[in-house]
Structures are given as structure tokens and as C-alpha cells.
Design a binder for this molecule. Sequence first.
Ligand code: AMP
Ligand code: ZN
Length: 504
Amino acid sequence: MTSPAEPAPLMLFNSLTRSLEAFEPVHPGEARVYSCGPTVYNYAHLGNMRAYVFADTLGRVLSFKGYRLRHIINITDVGHLTDDADQGEDKLEKAAAERAQSIWDIARHYTEAFWEDIRALNIRQPAEWSIATDYVLRMIEFARSIADKHCYELPSGLYFDVSTVSDYGSLARAATEAGEGRIEAVEGKRNAQDFAIWRRTPEGETRQMEWESPWGPGAPGWHLECSVMSEALLGFPFDIHTGGIDHREIHHPNEIAQNQAFACSHGSGARFWMHNNFLIDRTGKMSKSSGEFLRLPLLVSKGIHPLAYRLMCLQAHYRSELEFSWDNLLAALTRLKRLVMAVEGLKKRAAGTWRTFWYSAPVPGASNPILTQVWDKLHPKLQPLLQEFDSAVSDDLKTPLALTVLENVVSIKKVPPESKLYAVELIDHVLGFGLMDLSRDALRIRPQGRSIDEAAIQEMLEDRKEAKAEGNYSAADAIRESLALLGVSVMDGDPLGWEWRIEV
Ligand code: AMP
Ligand code: ZN
């Protein structure tokens, strides 16, 4: 194959229309993406992190397709209530009261923990992390501009009247009354789905975080924050708004209603609304209320590299539910190890002669697909594979297929190692494992809190080998049992040649 094939058109699933649509940016050559960020009253669980692996992958694909990416992720440090409704406490106020700490300390602590998880998963830094409390004045201005036509006041604050915009809730595809059960009745609300955009501090109380406003002292509603920050940083309309699928039901329809009111249009603020499906966990450990809930550092403490979780996410399509299990995770770790070992082997054989994959930064006003840029530098046997990769990621981010292509690139016969490495690096730029720098040693993490005497384990393994060689299988089994009691499982016939691993 010599002439560069046309890069595949980028098709993305738009939750607004529930269909695949060709991506055409609002601003030529540029992609503007806003992702709903975490509420920093507690640590992010693994499910939350799936949302950011998805948003990161989307951003990487947009870069691969040659767009200049402007990605914003917000940090919600005020306004998210304990029950998604208009009553209940602010999640951060509650955490601060329980722990006798200031809200600012709580927010800082969990924001930093979240950023650590972001780094560990190789999630690229967005252009900006927008912090909700930095935008409160702008939120008040936004609310003021829509208040007369779209809102009404109740003793508890300013409410948005959803009947003032056309087609409220069409994103959720909910009949008008659906969702009602989840929203606690507030005396005086005109419609069940009306929501607070400003929550007035109750008479006689003071909140740690409150601001003066035309509707009394109080704090913004959660939905208002995302409308305001996305408008301030990306402008309406922008290209893509992302979040977990739960946001399709209430948070995003409410953002859309506000955006329509603000822009006096039927547009929804963003052209595409994209939602990742849930990571589900039948062990019930994902709930933040349970003691040892599933967080990234928990994996690491069990000796599992965080990028195994990234790979586990990419093995599933983002719109499918993904079930968490330790077995799934260990299988992903094995797959990652295989890739790392293969790349290490290629590097050894190429002996430093490979050329680092290079591409030119997109120019304003035009997209410049990376596939087109590198086509001539690709080994002819790799060209069809890269084309397959491009088709996979362009087809609504089919990462499971893209991973298989990567493995095929690594294992294809009769292609010099340096050519393979060039292609591996190119693909890895999109899948985000950092394969060119990951070593097999880095993947072997010591589980915390276990004193492991490696020499003793090695000795027991030698004894077991001898027992087997002598045909003394019962002795060999007994040694295996003793190792199991130490939390070590023997890996006979491991394709990577590892003899043992620590049980998770
Ligand atoms: P939160 O901090 O609760 O606002 O959630 C942060 C992000 O994680 C949002 O985009 C949620 O939709 C998403 N999310 C929450 N739970 C899960 C889950 N189990 N699987 C995938 N995404 C989730
Ligand atoms: Zn949001």
C-alpha cells in the first residue's frame, strides 16, 4: 500500500440523537470538550475513573485525527447535594462537619488525591481544571440573566422552571414525569423537575461556603456550575460534553435547559453529549460509604499496576457496562505485561535505531490527521494495520479492536523491529499506556503490608521443582499449599515466565 488511504471519518455516538454522527467541529480544526469532573468530598472510586479514562481516550483520538484539543474538566468543590435533588446537604459541607475540617481543606485533599489517580492512569492534563468556587460570581451573573424569564423564587432559593424551555429532558428520553420519584418534593415547586439554581442559606444558619446574591446569601446549584464553566471556557456551542451515563438523566438535561435559557436558543450548548457506561461491581465495594472501597491505590497496594485498570477499561467499549472483578483485572495486567515484554524485546533487537514517532502540531483552522502525516514513514506491511487502527478508533472509539491491532503490530512477521516500534509508539499515543517507557520491572509492584521473603519463596519453588522431577507429586503439592498459605500462587506454564505471584 503506498498512497495514503483517506483517514476514516470520525463517527461519535451522540446521546442527544441516540445515533452515530460524523464529528464536524464548531471551529475548524479545533475540538472543544468539557467533562464533568469529580465532587471532591471523598476519594474517586474506580467507576469514577472510568469516566476520565473515557474522556482522555476521546481527547487522544481527537488529537490523532488532527484536531487541536481544548479539554476542560471541572472540580466541583461546592453545590453537589447528597441526593441529586434540591434538598439534603451539600456533600462538602457534610464531609467538613463530620471531620471537623474546613471545606477548603477537604476539597484540597481530595482534589490532590484525584490528580494522583489521573497521573497514575496516564490521563493527559486538560487545558484547564476549572474549579467551581472560582466561578461563583459568574454563576450569579448567569442566573441573573435567566431569572426573569425562566426562574422563580421560593424560600429555599431560586428555581428553574423547566416548562419555560422547549423539549425539557429530551436527552434523558424520559416521559415528563419520570425522574420525579428521585426528586424530593419542595413545597411550591411548579413542576416536579424544576431544580434549584441558587440555594439560599436557611434563616439563622451560616454555611462555610456562601456568597451574597440577589436571592439572598447562599450557594449555587450543581447544574449551574457546569453550564457556567463550559460557557466561560469554551463558548456556546462547543463540540462535546462528556460524563457518566447517570448524568444523562438529570444533570445534563438540567444543564441543557439552562444553556437554552442563557443562549435564547433551542441548541443545547454542546453539539455532542457523550456518556460512558458504568463500571459495575457485584462485590458492592464501589460505594464510597463502604470501608475499603475500590480506589486506584487499593489496586496498587495489592500489587497491581494502575495501567492494568486503564487496559481493562479499554478492553470494553465505553458504552458497554463493564463488570469489575479481580480476575478481569489480573487478565488485563497479564495482557499489559505481554505488551511491555514484547516492546522491550523489540527495543533490544532494534538496538536504539528506531525513529521516534513525530507529528506536527495541528495548525489553527485545519485538521491534519496524524495517519496522513506518517503514512510514508510506515512500513508497507504496517500500513493496513494502521488503517485498521484508524478505522477502529474513528468508529466511536472501538478501543477493544484497537488493542488487538496493537498486538498484531507487535507480532507481525518480517517487519524490522524499528518499524514496529515506530508504529507502536504512534498507537500508544492514542491508547495511552506509555509503552515506550514502561518496563517489566515497573509492572511488578510489591503489595503493601505483606512481608515477603523472596529468597524463601524461591527456595520453596526450587524444592517443589525437585520434588516434581523426582515424581514426588504429593510433596510438590504440599509445597504449593504452603505457598498458598503465604498468599503466593505458583504460576506453572506462565507465558511470561513468571513463576509466582502474590494473590490479590
Ligand atoms: P461524581 O464525582 O459522583 O460527580 O462522579 C464523577 C464521574 O464519574 C461522573 O461523570 C459520573 O457519571 C461518573 N461515574 C460515577 N459512577 C460511575 C461508575 N460506576 N462507572 C462509571 N462512571 C461513573
Ligand atoms: Zn457537570
